[in-house]
Design a protein around this ligand. Structure first.
Ligand SMILES: O=C[C@H](O)COP(=O)(O)O
Length: 253
């Protein structure tokens, strides 16, 4: 794996963008990760490779050293050759991290086979567990067992109109997810229609990073990113992260 994400103090912000302009706005607002995604094509919508290359080229030639991730799009894990072809194609666009959705299915075997292939593919991979139907504990344990062969692990939601991550998963399950994967040496990220008001609950779970799109757009997540909204998230973090000030909110126990 050529790119390595190391653990740092505090919560890092991942902001999803769909254009060169949005990428720079996210950077200006204080994002730690620039996440390339087409929100108009679903929760993990993939951008065309030409767009990925253009954003990477602009950020790097403009002097930004921020980590850049990109999703491969919503591909079924049952077609593993197609998933791996797209992973290699996205990585070849110059991004540091490739994100791959891991939806819950009746049979966890395709997800486990995909995780094995992803861990061995030579790129920095972040599998993104889709939380809408809850998580398959055996598949999460399988990801944990892969340890640092994965660059990190995220949980996110598919249906952005059904509420936030905290509506999709009980707080106790989220705590278990973060604890299990961090104990396995992995960096853990949370996302799922998270808003400013969710930051205390996010911080109480102590993940390594949190991902945002809905919260940084004026309308819904398919609309335009607003730098002021990224900045507001960034500015909220230090005060919330100060020990004793972070309100622990058990949204669902
Ligand atoms: O990877 C993070 C996602 O793009 C977050 O999107 P969202 O805030 O709309 O759930």
């Amino acid at each position: 794996m050529s790119f390595h994400l190391s653990r740092q103090e505090g919560l890092r912000l991942l902001v999803s963008v769909r254009t060169v302009e949005e990428a720079w706005q996210a950077a200006e607002g204080g994002a730690d990760f620039i996440d390339l995604k087409e929100p108009r094509a679903g929760a993990l919508g993939g951008l065309p490779e030409a767009t990925l290359r253009a954003i990477v080229q602009s950020l790097r030639s403009g002097g930004s050293t921020l980590a850049i991730s990109a999703t491969i799009g919503d591909l079924p894990l049952t077609d593993l050759p197609a998933v791996m072809t797209r992973v290699h194609a996205v990585a070849a666009c110059g991004v540091d991290i490739v994100k791959v959705g891991i939806p819950r299915t009746a049979d966890g075997a395709p997800a486990m086979a995909a995780l094995d292939a992803l861990a061995a593919c030579g790129h920095a991979i972040v599998p993104v567990f889709i939380a809408d139907q809850g998580l398959d504990a055996a598949v999460v344990a399988h990801a944990a067992a892969l340890g640092p062969r994965l660059a990190g692990v995220m949980v996110d939601t598919q249906d952005k109109l059904a509420g936030s991550l905290f509506d999709a998963m009980p707080m106790a399950d989220l705590r278990h997810f973060v604890h299990t994967l961090r104990a396995a040496g992995q960096l853990v990220g949370l996302a799922g229609a998270l808003r400013l008001q969710h930051l205390p609950a996010v911080l109480s779970l102590a993940p390594d990073f949190a991902g945002f799109r809905s919260a940084v757009c004026a309308g819904d997540r398919r609309g335009a990113l607003e730098v002021a909204r990224v900045r507001a998230l960034r500015q909220a973090l230090p005060s919330l992260a100060t020990p004793g000030q972070a309100q622990v909110i058990d949204l669902r126990s």
